[in-house]
Write a protein that binds this ligand. Sequence first.
Ligand code: SF4
Length: 549
Amino acid sequence: MTPPNSTAASRHHKRPRGEGQWALGYHEPLNKNEENKKNDDGLNVRQRIIDIYSKRGFDSIDPADLRGRMRWYGLYTQRKPGIDGGKTAILEPEELDDRYFMLRVRIDGGQLSLEQLRVIADISNDYGRGTADVTDRQNIQLHWIEIEAVPDIWERLEAVGLSTTEACGDTPRVILGCPLSGIDTEELIDTTAAIREVHDRFIGDPAYSNLPRKFKSAISGCPAHCTVHEINDVAFVAVTKDGEVGYDLFVGGGLSTNPMFAKRIGVFVRPDQVADVYGGVIGIFRDYGYRRLRHRARIKFLVNDWGVEKFREILETEYLKEQLPDGPAPEEPRGNRRDHVGVHQQKDGNFYVGFAPKVGRLDGDKLHLIANLAEKYGSRRVRATVEQKMVILDVAPDQVEGLVAELEANDLKVSPSTFRRQTMACTGIEFCKLAIVETKATGIHLIEEMERRLPDFKDPLTININGCPNSCARIQVADIGLKGQLVVNDKGEQVEGFQIHLGGSLGTNANFGRKVRGLKTTVEGLPDYVERVVTNFESQKKEGESFSD
Ligand code: SF4
């Protein structure tokens, strides 16, 4: 007999719609990306690249590998030249795909030996038409890579301890670390060993190679908080408790179209526990992360729904099987710049020299030059920053002047203007298939124009230029954040331009920039716009006020 009100009862008790969390039994692939990952793990494409695709050429590549699994090894097809931003959203992926790849070399902790730097430089010159950009996640990206070259590139990289494994894709990507780890006079702890352990335990492990989405990590003892822990999926930030140095844990930061700052979990993680806790967090993401809708798949949505208390409880009870003690919050960041540009003394009495290429744009010859200059002035170590800059370590006091002079003479500024020092740009339409506007050349032109127009401007001012809403160069946390889109110019024509976000910042008063409705500029009008904003600010600012105040 059918019970009375059965329809209402079943409706009432209907299982809530899942979001694709494996831990709750939702294993069915719910979209194309999940289906591809279930069909074959991204890591498995490596052997096909070596055995088949590199031998038979671009046309032999399975489309599911081409637009999916290749990313597990840092390979993205780049944008076909000449396709304007208006077509980005309306063309099929294959119409945007060029036959060349962007290749991302992961540099965990941003640490490079001269040998490693020279290998990347050689690959850039031999296979990448000389392209090389240092990114805001301490990677170096090359372009124009042909599939035939990939096995040789991997061989060369792996021979010096570098790789492209999980540089992109739904994986644990590069682990950010302070470029001054081990040498900064004020650092709380050298994170090199922790980064190495996390890398060795989790990168390339098939148990963690099918995450709901990308996973960005940082481990830092930097007093300037240079690894931007506020906007990583997971971050360990050094703290001191009762005289012992360990880490506070932050989870769930990320920008893109739903920006969220990471939430402080407030536990004290001993240095020897970092890898286990990392494994717990990444395990939660793999098992409980939302896989149904790609735009809700980052860990920030889960953390936001659960809250800090529940996240901590699940981490401790299901993954670590132990309680973590409460810990203090990190101290306020030192200074208002996180880029480590300039000449500063190290713990051992030597100096480090941080310098600024324009918007991270370098090339193979420049990378060789940097390695040669480092060597000439007695250094064996170079590092990439999280602000598209680089640092040469271990320069003896009597060698600093000569190194600075040669860097400056080669347009690698050690004392750059604010505009060069604090302007970043994502890849943009030159190579990125999602882009709507050009960014790198726009950024370089903007820096040069502003240096010419406002040579005396010295205050901190971050300008982050993005080619689309994805916020790879952090639209929402810059003083002036620029989001690429088509805008209408004075003549009523649709042209490349930017939606403007104002007043974003990280640090103690972390704050997302305000999107002012209707506040847009064309690419052409950008220098005028920035000049107006800066001039107004200068004329109205109060004593000690910075732009983001
Ligand atoms: Fe490409 Fe957009 Fe990211 Fe720029 S912000 S690199 S245009 S996806």
